[in-house]
Design a protein around this ligand. Structure first.
Ligand SMILES: Cc1cc2nc3c(=O)[nH]c(=O)nc-3n(C[C@H](O)[C@H](O)[C@H](O)COP(=O)(O)OP(=O)(O)OC[C@H]3O[C@@H](n4cnc5c(N)ncnc54)[C@H](O)[C@@H]3O)c2cc1C
Length: 382
C-alpha cells in the first residue's frame, strides 16, 4: 500500500544547499519536505573552511555564528612537495566550522520553521507528470510524496544521477574525475587564523581550525594514487603525502579523533546540467567546484537561495515553470560561471610534483599575483 502526501516543494538531499533552500522556502510560508538519507548529525568529507561571503546569509537563516565562537581565517599558506612555502593574507577570508555542527544546526532551524524532515530516508526516484512524485523507502515501506516543485540537492553523485543517466557520468575529460577525498578531525599545533594548502604528488591537503580545540585536515587525490599504495590510506599517507615536509610534520604531531578518517570516492568536477527533469539542481548536484577554491559550501548555500527564491515566485503564480527553469540557469551562469572555469584551470596546476613545485615557486617570486587569483575563486556576500 503506497502512502501519499502533498507539498509545495520537495527537497532531495539535506546538505547545505537543501537545508538552506528548505529554511528559506518555509520562511516564505510554503509547505516543504526535505528527504535526507543519513541521520543528523553526521560527518562529511569537507575541508570545513567556509568563505566570509556566507557569514551574513547563515545569520539570516537563523544561526548565531557569533555565539558559536568560531575561528576566523585570514592567512593562506601554500606549500609544495619540495618544502617550498608561500604565505599570503587571505581577503576577505573565512571561518572554520564542522559539517557535523553546521548541518545539524541548520536542520534544527528547518524543523522549527515547519519543514517536514525525513531522515534516514533515501529517495529512489523523482518523476514528473505536471507534478513531482518522489518515491522513497522508509523502514521497509515504499512511500511517495507529491509536490508542485522540486529541488535536487543530493550532492556530488547519487543514485538519482545514475537512474537519470546524467550526462556528467559519461564525460571524457579524465583529468576532472575519479578523485577521492579523505578527512580527519585532529588536535595539533597550527596557527588558528591560517589555512594550509599542502601539495603532494597528484593531490593537495587542506588544514584549518574548526570549533573547539579541533582542526580539520582534508585532502583530495586521485583514485590511482590510492590504488598504487594497495588501497591503504595509511600507506599512501606515509609514502606519498609525507614527502611534503610540512605535511609530514603535521602527521607526526597530531592526535586523530575517533571515527576518522571519513572518505569519499568517485569525485568528479565535470560540468553538470542545472535543470534535469524539471528539478532545479542546487549545490554539488548542479556543479562541483574544485576544493582548491575552498568555497563549495558557499556556492551550495547561494544556489539553494536562488533556487528557493525562483521557486517562491513560481508558486505565487508570477512566472511559468519554463521561466523559472530558464532564470535559474541564467542566474547560475551569471553568478558562478567564471568561478567554476577558474577552478578547473587552477586544478590543472596541481598534479605532478614539478607542477606544484613550479606553482608555489611562481607565487614566491610574484606574490602580488596571489590576491587577484584568490579573488577570482571567491564570491561576494549574498
Ligand atoms: C575533499 C573536499 C574538500 C572540500 N573542502 C571544502 C572547504 O574547505 N570549503 C568549502 O566551502 N567546500 C569544500 N568542499 C566542497 C563542499 O563540501 C561541497 O561543495 C558542499 O558540501 C556541497 O553541499 P551540497 O549541499 O550540495 O551537498 P552535500 O553536502 O554533499 O549534501 C548532499 C546530501 O544529499 C544526501 N543524499 C544523496 N542522495 C540522496 C538520496 N537519494 N535521498 C536522500 N538524500 C540523499 C546526502 O546524504 C547528503 O547529505 C570540499 C569538497 C571535497 C570533496
Amino acid at each position: 500500500m503506497i502512502e501519499v502526501t502533498t507539498y509545495d516543494t520537495a527537497i532531495i538531499g539535506g546538505g547545505l544547499a537543501g537545508l538552506s533552500a528548505a529554511i528559506r522556502l518555509a520562511g516564505m510560508g510554503h509547505q516543504v519536505v526535505l528527504i535526507e538519507k543519513e541521520k543528523y548529525p553526521f560527518h562529511k568529507v569537507c575541508g570545513e573552511y567556509i568563505g566570509m561571503e556566507s557569514w551574513n546569509y547563515l545569520n539570516q537563516l537563523g544561526l548565531d555564528l557569533k555565539g558559536m565562537v568560531l575561528p576566523k581565517i585570514d592567512q593562506l599558506q601554500l606549500t609544495a612537495p619540495n618544502g617550498n612555502s608561500f604565505l599570503s593574507s587571505l581577503r576577505p577570508g573565512g571561518f572554520g566550522i564542522s559539517r557535523y555542527l553546521l548541518d545539524h544546526a541548520l536542520m534544527e532551524i528547518a524543523k522549527k520553521m515547519g519543514v517536514h524532515i525525513m531522515q534516514e530516508t533515501k529517495a529512489d526516484a523523482i518523476d514528473f507528470d505536471g507534478k513531482f512524485r518522489v518515491s522513497y523507502n522508509n523502514e521497509g515501506v515504499q512511500k511517495e510524496c507529491i509536490s508542485k516543485t522540486c529541488v535536487g540537492s543530493f550532492g556530488k553523485r547519487s543514485n538519482i544521477d545514475i537512474k537519470w543517466k546524467r550526462a556528467f557520468l559519461d564525460q571524457q575529460d579524465k583529468r576532472l574525475e575519479n578523485f577521492i577525498g579523505v578527512k580527519y578531525h585532529l588536535q595539533t599545533s597550527w596557527p588558528e587564523n591560517r589555512i594550509g594548502l599542502h601539495n603532494f604528488e597528484n593531490g593537495y591537503c587542506g588544514i584549518s581550525k574548526i570549533e573547539g580545540d579541533k582542526y580539520c585536515l582534508c585532502y583530495l587525490t586521485t583514485a590511482a594514487n590510492l590504488k598504487k599504495e594497495g588501497n591503504q590510506i595509511a600507506q599512501m599517507e606515509a609514502n606519498i603525502l609525507s614527502r611534503n615536509p610540512h605535511l609530514n610534520s603535521i602527521f607526526l604531531n597530531s592526535k586523530v579523533e575517533e571515527s576518522f578518517p571519513v572518505t569519499i570516492s568517485q569525485v568528479s568536477f565535470q560540468s553538470k546540467t542545472l535543470v534535469e527533469n524539471h528539478v532545479l539542481m542546487a549545490g554539488d548536484a548542479g556543479g562541483m567546484i574544485t576544493p582548491l577554491c575552498g568555497n563549495g559550501m558557499s556556492i551550495a548555500l547561494h544556489t539553494g537561495k536562488i533556487a528557493a527564491d525562483l521557486t517562491d515566485v513560481f508558486l505565487k503564480g508570477k512566472i511559468t515553470r519554463e521561466e523559472m527553469e530558464l532564470k535559474y540557469r541564467q542566474e547560475w551562469q551569471r553568478k558562478f560561471g567564471i568561478r567554476f572555469r577558474s577552478g578547473r584551470v587552477l586544478q590543472a596546476f596541481f598534479g605532478s610534483n614539478e607542477k606544484s613545485n613550479g606553482f608555489v615557486g611562481f607565487f614566491k617570486q610574484f606574490p602580488f599575483l596571489a590576491q587577484p587569483i584568490i579573488r577570482l575563486t571567491h564570491g561576494r556576500s549574498f
